[in-house]
Design a protein around this ligand. Structure first.
Ligand code: ADP
Ligand code: MG
Length: 729
């Protein structure tokens, strides 16, 4: 007999091995050739238009109408020189993905002819219908119209002969309906606050940019097998599947030799990524079989976020050529490692100095400590919001699962820095030393030994770790946009730096010397934020206990974690930094709750269908085979031999009956709970009901299905098994 699993396996065996050839030339020859980068701008824009774009990029200066026409003409000429026929505004709605609506350049003219046209107004603004994007109630009370507006700070690019223009997306009444709008605002807030703090040390700094280097983990699965798993196709993860006898126990996959097919895929998507200016730097096997990672060289946050948003669909598209499917889900397989997207983050001045690199002089050293300690204080103050910004139904399956950072937010600094902070905390001012031009430093700033990034003790269990010259926010999920965590991280740090300046200035007005004032505030922050620092093993049970003693929350579910988005403290934080209004925060909270509910609802439906249509019929079929066998034995054997010969089969028949019964019962319970939950009006109560009453049925049903997988004849089992999915042929 044939079933979808064997059809897929058969197809893979018979499929001809493809060969791929890759361009011979240097990467630098084609790097960013599909982006409207500086060189392209110089070639295709007038000097005046070029300066206008640069100013808009660097200082956010508005582009006027006349100039917009000039820029549009240059963009069109560049895009058409590369074969473009269409253009689109490319934006990040709150679905978490990207959206585009293509328009042709071509317009009809007299005599039945046509010509290509692209005006400044089309570049600068568009009005897509906002009504089918999540808005969290914003569009219900206002107009359905939304508009997109060009963001010149992220380069335009060409994809499939379409000119893509990164844009923000806001409602007609000005509320953000996307990720980029608040992200740009958060980055502006950080720039302002950090520049001000830099001025204590160096008046010459005029701009601070945040930097982001993401590490993208993902799984690859053969497309034929993927298509035989409706759960993977519809939910991104396997809802059933017994562990393979061998998966990651031998630790033989991490950094192992890359499979030939995977290598071809990597080369292929990297090539496309380079042409789009995404500076992919590393590639390697991850811990679980079938799991991989890529990471670029860091970029300015807004550009880096766009790069990642561009790369994810690109990887999915290129994988098809290789009969592979990319799984970006945080936990596609139970029992093996999940996938994250570590966000490496730092801040850089316009002089190219990394503010999180420990300094060589007393002054730069103090500056480093000021930024470091302000971050600690910010994370301590808004740990709940940081937890909320990485919360999703899929990341819930990964956080705290003993191979991923826990849901408890804490910061790892390493022993050297911990020692330095402890020393500062316990020292008293004894004297001063002149530092730089205009002020004195307290003598008792301990010297920080040079920390080489490679030298820092690595703690891979911490959700937020200092790694020598940057922080690594590891709790971010692999499928998430980096935008939300970046909005929150940059805002909380901006807010703290602003308060830091206020507190220092207040002391200075009270005739405390500037160096002393900085030192005093720093010292207090170190004490106040102490509980957020944790150097031990974050995966351990002991830490869960310890964290609870320290009053650090350990919130395991998304609906609960999201509550931090709408506490008075969070709302006011985002408002006073002009990142999100209260209305926008509340709308987002609702969207995330609804998203959670829908995800669990879909999983519940798929799980119920598969259990009933795929699993139970097969279990019954096998049970019937056993029954026939038992009947036959009875016919041919005498009573005594029959009993011995049929004992195993009879036991198996009973066990299978038990599993079938349990599955039926639990599916009914789950459906009943879904019906109850669906009648609940409030988004939060509904999400909680899904979490508390629907989700727990999944595990019970799965347990019985996975038991059946071990018992039913392998020839009958319809779903590709873990051993087939995880190991590529
Ligand atoms: P790991 O050992 O964790 O893989 P890497 O040194 O490979 O660390 O760096 C991971 C990411 O951190 C890369 O994307 C890298 O570009 C990025 N990174 C390095 N320095 C910075 C920085 N100053 N700001 C932001 N990201 C950075
Ligand atoms: Mg890393």
């Amino acid at each position: 007999m044939s079933n979808s699993r064997f059809t897929a396996l058969d197809y893979i065996l018979k499929r001809e091995r493809q060969t791929f050839s890759f361009p011979e030339g240097k990467i630098s020859d084609f790097f960013a050739e599909m982006t409207f980068n500086d060189a392209a701008m110089r070639d295709f824009l007038t000097q005046e238009a070029y300066s206008a774009v640069r100013e808009a990029m660097e200082s956010g200066k508005k582009i006027d109408r006349r100039m917009a026409d000039q820029i549009a003409a240059g963009l069109k000429a560049w895009a058409m020189s590369k074969g473009a026929t269409h253009y689109t505004h490319w934006f990040h709605p709150l679905t978490g993905g990207t959206a585009e609506k293509h328009d042709a350049f071509v317009i009809p003219v007299a005599d039945g002819k046509a010509l290509e046209n692209f005006r400044g107004t089309e570049l600068v603004q568009q009005e897509p219908d906002a009504s089918s994007f999540p808005s969290g109630g914003i569009r219900n009370t206002f107009e359905a119209r939304g508009y997109t507006a060009w963001d010149p700070s992220s380069p335009a690019f060409l994809m499939d002969r379409t000119l893509c223009l990164p844009t923000i997306f806001v409602s007609y009444t000005g509320e953000a309906l996307d990720y980029k709008t608040p992200l740009l605002k958060a980055l502006a807030a950080l720039d302002k606050a950090a520049t001000q703090v830099c001025h204590y040390f160096d008046r010459g700094v005029t701009k601070v940019s945040a930097t982001l280097g993401w590490e993208q983990e993902y799984f690859l699965v053969d497309t034929a097998l993927y298509q035989a798993r409706p759960d993977l196709m519809l939910t991104g993860r396997t809802l059933f599947g017994h562990a393979a006898a061998k998966d990651q126990q031998l630790e033989d996959h991490y950094f192992g030799t890359i499979h030939e097919r995977v290598m071809d895929f990597m080369k292929d998507f990297e090539h496309e990524a380079y042409r789009l200016g995404i500076p992919i730097k590393t590639r390697h096997n991850e811990v679980a079989p079938g799991q991989f990672e890529c990471a670029p060289v860091y970029q300015e946050v807004n550009v880096a976020v766009d790069s990642n948003q561009l790369l994810m669909p690109l990887m999915e598209r290129i994988a098809k050529r290789h009969h592979l499917t990319v799984l970006l889900h945080e936990k596609p397989y139970k029992g093996v490692n999940g996938s994250g997207k570590h966000n490496n983050w730092s801040m850089m001045t316009d002089r190219g100095e990394n503010l999180l690199t420990p300094g060589r002089t007393a002054s730069t050293n103090l500056r480093f400590l000021v930024f470091l300690v302000n971050i600690l204080k910010a994370v301590d103050e808004h740990a709940g919001l940081l937890r909320a910004c990485i919360a999703s139904a899929s990341n819930d399956l990964r956080l705290g699962a003993h191979e991923a950072p826990p849901a408890i937010i804490s910061v790892f600094l390493g022993s050297q820095l911990t020692k330095t902070l402890d020393e500062i905390e316990h020292r008293h001012k004894k004297g001063v030393v002149r530092a730089g031009n205009d002020y004195e430093l307290p003598l008792d700033i301990p010297k920080i030994p040079e920390i080489l990034p490679d030298n820092t003790d690595r703690n891979r269990t911490s959700p937020f770790a200092f790694t020598g010259n940057k922080f690594e926010f590891r709790a971010v999920g692999s499928s998430a946009s980096c935008a939300h965590p970046m909005i929150i991280l940059n805002t909380i740090v901006a807010d703290r730096l602003t308060k830091f300046s206020e507190e220092v200035d207040e002391l200075v007005r009270g005739h405390v010397k500037k160096g002393d004032a900085i030192f005093q505030v720093l010292k207090r922050y170190i004490t106040e934020s102490k509980r957020i620092r944790f150097e031990g093993n974050s995966y351990s049970e002991a830490w869960v206990e310890e964290a609870s003693k320290r009053g650090l929350p350990n919130i395991l579910s998304t609906p609960r974690a999201l509550e931090a988005m709408i506490t008075p403290a969070s709302i006011s934080l985002l408002e006073r930094n002009h990142v999100l209004t209260e209305r926008e925060s509340r709308a987002r909270h609702e969207i995330y709750l609804e998203n959670y509910t829908k995800k669990i609802q879909i999983e519940g439906r798929v799980l119920g269908d598969l259990a009933r249509n795929h699993i139970i019929p097969v279990a019954i079929k096998y049970q019937n085979i056993l029954i026939e066998n038992v009947k036959g034995l009875k016919e041919v054997l005498d009573m005594e031999s029959y009993e011995a010969a049929s004992a195993f089969q009879v036991k198996l028949i009973r066990e299978i009956s038990h599993h079938i019964e349990q599955i039926q019962e639990q599916v009914d319970i789950m459906i009943g709970q879904r019906k109850v939950a669906n009648r609940i009006e409030g988004a939060e109560e509904k999400a909680l009901a899904y979490h508390q009453n629907v989700l727990p049925c999944f595990d019970i049903i799965r347990r019985h299905v996975d038991k059946l997988e071990l018992k039913v004849d392998d020839e009958l089992w319809p779903l590709p098994k873990y051993r087939e999915l995880l190991f590529l042929r």
